[in-house]
Write a protein that binds this ligand. Structure first.
Ligand SMILES: Nc1ncnc2c1ncn2[C@@H]1O[C@H](COP(=O)(O)OP(=O)(O)OP(=O)(O)O)[C@@H](O)[C@H]1O
Ligand SMILES: [Mg+2]
Length: 463
């Protein structure tokens, strides 16, 4: 599996910041531009209106009813002072009657109820802003309507809005750059504990699986905890493996030596009977080695299962399971002269995993078959009592003296049956499997103080 290179946290944060601030910035700039145009217009519109007003003051009606105007040049001066803008005007009498000024200058008709109107237009190829003032000059008898149009090129106001826009844009760009720098620094500082963490892990020796104790930001603590619990599991898996390989090489040495000896004997045998005898002994040693391997593997499996997170298996009917497993063993028990039976009625539920439960029961039944002696009775039973579920395997053989009972529960510890195949792992396996299911194992004497009864006490599944 190839992994794509992970994208950088820093770059991702920066991209988010830049894209979002750029979008917000563009919106803000558009708004600023609109506001600037409005402000510039309203300021210079007022000057335009003042100038139109000043001209209108000078419009008079002559005796023969014609309109006359004497343009006060100050009125135009107050406009041109602003910038390199140029100023135009025209005065019109009643509709269709041009009086003075620039005849081609665009003008606008009066809007009902408003004496002054403003508009944007073009004149001689240049954008202009015009103000039109509608008035009437009175002769005393009748009044003559007229319109004063004053226009100005828009260079000054465009410069003003541009200046406002550029200043805002600069301010915004500086803010974005500042924020980007802060994010850059903040990310660098915040990531420092992670770099230290990675250094600390890199410096470790490969078999150092101690928990990481580096201080990390709380967001990363979860990851570190997961890694730590993973290392704990890895450690116990490694321990189990080491145990297994150590035990296997130690325990298998003897049967393997026997097999080699028997093979050598067989190859040198003078008679067929001698060869057959050697083959039989070799075969027994192979069976022994097989059993040892099986027990060791089971032990390693239980060790590994135990080192995983504590699980709560679902409740199963262990009565049915025990009955079935017992029935499977009856023929081989009979061969060894053992009367194996099951006692109990109806289903009994307990939290257990079927395969491991089977291994637990197998070890107890095999012990009873192996050590109770010819003609003994072995009984497997499952029953529910007030506060627990009990699995018991009882025999009426020689049993184990009370003072030896703690000893046989230890790994590789055997009783007086050293000639029987086995390695002293059965009872420890039983105990470890039981512990996985929160069950407890006890060894007592059987009925009438004879034999051995091993009881595995499971908690009630409801709890
Ligand atoms: N039902 C029993 N009656 C008498 N002695 C027993 C009985 N069960 C176990 N023992 C004694 O306890 C010892 C330990 O048993 P355990 O099952 O742990 O190991 P093992 O049977 O010797 O080897 P393994 O089970 O690993 O093949 C046995 O060697 C035996 O001496
Ligand atoms: Mg055993």
């Amino acid at each position: 599996m190839t992994l794509l290179p992970a994208s950088s946290l820093r770059r991702r944060l920066l991209a988010w910041l830049l894209v979002s601030t750029a979008v917000i910035g563009v919106i803000a700039l558009v708004d600023t531009y609109r506001e600037a145009v409005k402000t510039a217009n309203s300021v210079s519109d007022r000057v335009l209106a003042g100038s139109a007003l000043a001209i209108a003051e000078r419009v008079v009606v002559t005796e023969n009813g014609a309109l006359e105007v004497d343009i006060p040049y100050v009125a135009l001066e107050m406009l041109t002072s602003a910038a390199q803008d140029r100023v135009f005007y025209r005065v019109d009498g009643p509709p269709g009657q041009f009086i003075t000024g620039y005849q081609n200058l665009p003008t606008i008709p009066q809007v009902e109820g408003q004496s002054i109107g403003f508009a944007d237009a073009t004149f001689r190829g240049e954008p202009i802003r015009i103000a039109v003032l509608h008035r009437s000059a009175s002769t005393g008898i009748n009044s003559v309507p007229f319109a004063v149009t004053v226009a100005e090129t828009t260079i000054a106001r465009r410069q003003l809005t541009q200046a406002i826009l550029i200043r805002s844009a600069l301010r915004l760009a500086m803010m974005i750059a500042g924020a980007a720098a802060i994010v850059w620094i903040a990310v660098t500082v915040s990531l420092r504990p992670l770099y230290r963490l990675s250094d600390a892990i890199a410096e470790r020796s490969p078999d150092d699986l101690h928990p990481i104790e580096q201080r990390v930001p709380s967001e990363v603590q979860g990851l570190v905890d997961t890694v730590n619990s993973f290392m704990v599991r890895l450690q116990s898996a490694l321990d189990a493996l080491r145990h297994f390989s150590g035990n296997a090489s130690h325990q298998l040495r003897t049967p393997l030596a026997i097999i080699r000896t028997q093979l050598a004997l067989a190859s040198r045998a003078a008679t067929l009977e001698e060869a057959q005898e050697a083959a039989r002994k070799g075969d027994a040693a192979v069976a022994h080695a097989e059993r040892i391997l099986a027990q060791l593997l089971l032990m390693a499996k239980v060790d590994a299962a135990g080192s995983n997170e504590p699980r709560r298996p679902a409740p199963i009917d262990i009565a049915a399971l025990a009955q079935q497993l017992t029935a499977d063993r009856v023929p081989s028990a009979a061969e060894a002269g053992i009367d194996l039976g099951y006692e109990g009625d109806g289903p009994v539920l307990a939290r257990a995993e079927p395969l491991l439960f089977g291994e637990l029961l197998r070890n107890l039944v095999e012990n009873a078959i192996a050590y109770a002696g010819h003609g003994a009775e072995v009984t497997v039973s499952v029953r529910q009592v007030a506060d627990a579920v009990l699995l018991a395997v009882e025999d009426n053989g020689p049993g184990i003296p009370p003072e030896r009972r703690p000893l046989v529960r230890q790994r590789f510890s055997r009783g007086e049956h050293r000639d029987a195949p086995g390695m002293g792992l059965g009872l420890p396996i039983v105990e470890e499997i039981a512990a996985l299911f929160d069950a407890a194992v006890s060894l007592e004497s059987g009925q009438d103080d004879r034999g051995l009864r091993v009881t595995v006490r499971f908690p009630l599944p409801a709890g």
